[in-house]
Design a protein around this ligand. Structure first.
Ligand SMILES: [Zn+2]
Ligand SMILES: [Zn+2]
Length: 152
């Protein structure tokens, strides 16, 4: 099953597609995600195009997809399977969302400082699965390059 957002896929289409692929009814999904059935209905009818962080987190868990995928469909940023989550190790602040331009499949370097963008751990090469993480869950290496000198 491909659970990455397709190009041009809307939040409504994406949520519905993943929900159906998991054979969940709207009621079951709403329950799992901890959101009102009515709110889910609005999302799937395309009446809700933005998610608050609580619904996004709940939906991501219930749909078994990274929260960033939902973030990407909400913002209409197409993700290629191998281009998921790229960032500049210098400019990115852990815990903040990624610049759209870093996520663009054609971006290879940071538009701000020219550093090569990174989509995997610098030490063990495991792909980065969440920008909420500050450290690689596999080897504990920090995602953001430590700044030894200079001011931030
Ligand atoms: Zn940069
Ligand atoms: Zn690692």
């Amino acid at each position: 099953m491909d659970n990455t957002p397709q190009p041009q896929e809307s939040l409504a289409e994406y949520v519905k597609r993943i929900r159906t692929s998991l054979s969940l009814s709207q009621t079951e999904l709403a329950l799992k995600a901890g959101i009102h059935l009515q709110s889910l209905g609005k999302i799937e009818r395309g009446m809700t195009t933005k998610l608050n962080s609580k619904s996004q987190r709940g939906l991501a868990i219930a749909l078994q997809v990274p929260s960033e995928y939902l973030d990407a469909v909400v913002r209409g940023v197409a993700l290629g399977a191998s281009d998921v989550l790229k960032f500049c190790p210098h400019c990115w602040q852990p815990g903040t969302t990624l610049e759209d331009i870093w996520l663009s499949p054609r971006s290879k370097f940071c538009f701000l400082c020219g550093t090569g963008l990174r989509n995997s751990c610098a030490r063990c090469n495991e792909p980065i699965t969440s920008v909420k993480f500050r450290f690689c869950p596999y080897c504990g290496f920090p995602y953001k390059e430590s700044v030894n000198s200079g001011v931030t």
